[in-house]
Design a binder for this molecule. Structure first.
Ligand code: TRP
Length: 450
């Protein structure tokens, strides 16, 4: 595709909003509490905060640099910037594959959010006690066809938006609804803090027990930060390729990291006090958010309306994330295979559906869809967050730090000299030294630690 035919985001806000739309999603509200709960609460939080800021931000900036410099999808980006005869485009292919794998299991949970939206419309949680609400989760995820129907509907919605293109689809959706999600999270926090288990929950979440930090916690926090910030597999290379030439990419990236982290922390402040109040194990895993939150709504006046609003916003936040994942596949298909945008979107969604349905089925109690001891669902989650994204992220910072010319990187970071170089030189040094070393050390230490 020739350069002038590529779309751009329409405004400075466009890139922040679209990237925040990609970043904010189930990673914050479902996966973060899950991981924090399983990895010692406060210990996980502190490691997470350090990694998101110190590694997540420079990596996000690196992806923007590659994207805007190349104006291309992840595969084409490495080909253009690295010259034809080398292996760098493999990083791009890895990203496209990773997008498929994430989308497959992500839409399982995305489907649940649709199901829970329907449940909140129908007022299914009213007057239910904890065992009943827990049973609802089991019944829903084990139902013969609802989880699959919801997943397929979610994929179809994603394909519909992506087929229409970046500006119309992605930007418009995110602009109004992400701030609303933040507002509702604040309201829920306030409620959660009045529950009887608030103190215990907050202690679990904020009091770090440093003895709990081990290789597993480090890699889980690293994987979670990559997952939550949508980095390490080219989604933000793709979005970076739509950034206008005057956007301040470093400050946009920092803004997104802060907003994303804020929402994750708010989710923790809502969920852990509630979990301790109702006697739900913080290690409850997949059901954590889907059992604590309905219980919180039960305790609120106006709970019906809040519950409805919350699941509606969660569906939309999730949708802006699945859009960014499908967009990686579509940008690659349209530019590398010269397929039309709608065709790419529907083929991508259909291919995802095949693995995705297996992930959803593997969630059923007693499902034979296990590989070793983990379900297809868990396997997709682990392979992407603990292996592909850290390796992808490592290669991306190495590419920007060591393979791209310093002048080119600084041109991107300073918008051809229009922005001050000082702090941006420091950012480049972090990309060059700190980020690759830290990712490599964490990755290798968990391999050895097994
Ligand atoms: N970051 C999103 C979330 O937190 C999920 C997501 C969207 C994602 N695009 C991604 C994760 C790309 C990894 C890579 O819910």
């Amino acid at each position: 595709m020739s350069e002038h035919k590529r779309e751009n985001f329409s405004s400075k806000l466009g890139i922040i909003v679209a990237t925040a739309g990609s970043a904010l999603g189930l990673g914050n509200i479902y996966r973060f509490p899950c991981e924090a709960g399983a990895n010692g609460g406060g210990a996980f939080l502190i490691v997470y905060l350090c990694l998101a800021l110190l590694i997540g931000t420079p990596l996000m900036i690196s992806e923007f640099v590659i994207g805007r410099r190349s104006r291309s999808n992840p595969v084409g980006a490495f080909r253009r910037l690295a010259g034809k005869k080398n292996a760098w485009p493999v990083v791009g292919y890895m990203g496209v594959l990773c997008a498929f794998l994430i989308l497959a299991f992500y839409t399982t949970v995305a489907g649940w959010t649709l199901g829970y939206l329907a449940k909140s419309v129908l007022n299914h949680f009213a007057g239910q006690d904890l065992p009943q609400i827990q049973q609802q989760f089991v019944d829903f995820t084990n139902h013969q066809w609802w989880p699959i129907v919801c997943q397929l509907v979610f994929l179809a919605l994603t394909a519909l938006v992506v087929a229409r293109g970046v500006k119309d689809g992605i930007e418009k959706w995110s602009k109004v609804l992400m701030p609303l999600l933040l507002v509702i999270m604040f309201v829920l926090c306030v409620k959660s803090l009045t529950l009887s288990g608030a103190g215990e929950g907050l202690r679990f979440f904020f009091n770090p027990d440093f003895s709990k930090i081990n290789g597993r916690v480090l890699i889980s926090a690293l994987g979670q930060s990559f997952f939550s910030l949508s980095i390490g597999m080219g989604a933000l290379i793709t979005y970076g390729s739509y950034i206008g030439k005057n956007d301040n990419m470093a400050s946009s990236a920092l803004g997104v990291v802060l907003a994303d982290t804020l929402v994750a922390v708010l989710a923790g402040i809502v969920i852990f006090p509630a979990a301790f109040t109702f006697g739900i194990q913080p290690e409850a895993g997949a059901s954590l958010a889907f059992t604590t939150l309905p219980m919180v709504f039960q305790q609120m006046s106006g709970g019906y309306v809040f519950c409805l609003m919350f699941f509606l916003l969660l569906v939309i936040a999730t949708l802006t994330s699945t859009i960014s994942l499908l967009e990686v596949i579509v940008a690659a298909f349209t530019e590398e295979l010269q397929l039309s945008r709608p065709k790419s979107a529907w083929i991508g969604a259909a291919a995802t559906a095949v693995i995705g349905v297996l992930a959803t089925l593997s969630f059923r109690t007693g499902s034979p869809l296990h590989i070793g001891s983990s379900t297809v669902f868990d396997l997709l989650d682990h392979v992407t967050a603990l292996y592909i994204m850290p390796i992808g992220g490592l290669l991306i910072v190495i590419f920007v730090g060591w393979r791209m010319k310093k002048a080119d990187v600084m041109d991107e970071l300073t918008n051809n000299g229009k922005l001050r170089a000082g702090i941006r030189n420091a950012i480049r040094l972090i990309i060059r030294y700190l980020a690759p070393v830290a990712i490599a050390v964490i990755f290798i230490s968990q391999l050895i630690g097994k």
